[in-house]
Design a binder for this molecule. Sequence first.
Ligand code: AMP
Length: 318
Amino acid sequence: MLTRVLSVFEYFSALKLRNQKKNSFRKFFKSIFALLFMKVIRTIVALKNALKPYRLKSHNIGFVPTMGALHEGHLSLVRTSTRQNEVSVVSIFVNPNQFNNTNDLNNYPRDLDKDCRFLEQTGCDFIFAPDVKEMYPEEDFCQFEFGSLGTVMEGKHRPGHFNGVAQIVTKLFDIVNPDKTYFGQKDFQQLAIIRNLVKKYNYKINIVACPIIRESDGLAMSSRNLLLTKGHRAIAPIIYKTLLEGKEQMHKKSPQEIVSYIIESINSTSLLSVEYCQIVDPETLQPVSTINPVKPPIACIAVFAGKIRLIDNVEFIS
Ligand code: AMP
């Protein structure tokens, strides 16, 4: 029931298009269609074909790249896309090239059926869920250079990570050719890298940065939260809480003193271990020595909760 064969989908998709003469009808058919048919597309050719009619009609296409194991954080991006565009595509692909740790890749949560059910509520039009062979029919040797943006924080601690991100994102941009693409501020450095990529390669794509969605206890939503033990899950909200405490000190202490406070506080809980914490300029991502209220810096952190690595960030705005 959940995953239907593409040809059936494409037939009804064409039918749907013919039925979209009036805007009010369009919404109606769209919601009925979403409930009846899972719009899962597995191949690049099929996705391009499915998007063709929309492109011919100059409909705006919104695109949300994800690795699945979807949660409200992802859905907030998708909802923003469906509000802002006539057509929305969500990709679900666990990109092996951006993992620098095989265990992390093997253990990454995957549940396409559940993801599809989640997406039904968002009005998303197409779910692109290719397999690895489809995206990487042969080894990808493309090398991307992001200068100092790519060598700090995540770039330093996850060698090759942003190169893998750039490999998959450029492929996806070329396939979907969206007008707008949606990225979460949770991955703040990734957002900076994607902005740089879009500018450097002249993609005519608008990047929409979406706020971090948190659990009620403050923990930033993440697919990796599913992998936390009970004990680690219980203690993990300390990360955000401590970042906020650091922010409260921004008028009294230097960034370096605040960083030391954050690292010591989090490490004092024996279940958590800070990999890095830096207060950085939001554009250059280089550590700041003073806090400029006109250009508020961001405190970025990566923490190990057992074997699970969590990242978060808070803007130091008054
Ligand atoms: P991922 O599936 O982890 O690659 O994430 C796909 C997109 O969702 C990225 O742009 C992330 O930044 C974004 N995202 C992940 N978690 C959250 C969150 N808690 N709030 C907002 N966006 C998020």
